[in-house]
Ligand binder design. Sequence first.
Ligand code: GLN
Length: 272
Amino acid sequence: MIIRSKLNELTSILTENNIEEPKLEASLLIRGALSLDDVQLYLKMNDELSSNELNEIDRRLETRLSGIPAAYILGYKEFFGRTFIVNENVLIPRPETETLIEDAIASFKGKKCRLLDVGTGSGVIGITLSLELPYADVTACDISDKALDTAKTNNEKLCGKVLYKKSDLLNDIDGKYDGILANLPYVPTSDIPDSHEPDLALDGGNDGLDVIRRLIPELPLKINRPGIIWLELAINQYQEVSALLRNVFPESLITPVKDLAGIDRFAKCEIK
Ligand code: GLN
């Protein structure tokens, strides 16, 4: 069987199983099995597959159909134009988080600054900022040793300059920062999908805000004035979170930042 036929076969099977973006997922599974990039796959569409290759593709398809996301099967995910290693100890980076990066870059471009990424997971926020903002000193923390190991590996692979600390929120963070960014768990427990991602990265308790509620009172001691805080949120959480921020930063400018889907995805708090 040639690659093109196998791609079509996988696309139909994934479609029948209600997997979103079946064509993309099919090509990711085949690329992973054959260790090909996008362009190489395209050029080899008419190549015959060996029985070993077919077995490997089918094995990956079975894994995908059991519910494991393609990024975990491949072992990587693209974020802001770079390839990050991911595994079941970390959240798979989402495109909406790229909006956060764009906003932070616009605020700190060309400036010397200290930035903190709280709950860094695979490391995408801290590493991307350290690469995009050459004058920034970036620190990143996480409560999970396994997440920190993944972030450190990504930092080395991509030549980032992030300093890592193990910390439960800001407990073990010293000093003050000009920017604090956090994509903490914010999914209400009852909405957590069976995505094989770690609960530690997703589960925000009853209304999704348990962890963010714990973080907010810790912020005033760690943010410089002026300083900016960004918190990633789920749909419908902005009102509540902006009120919580208002309590600890009464003089600040608090605004929502929308993601590409038009959802208020971040609470941004600018402190004078
Ligand atoms: N954006 C992720 C989702 O909706 C959640 C990430 C998080 O809890 N920080 O699945």
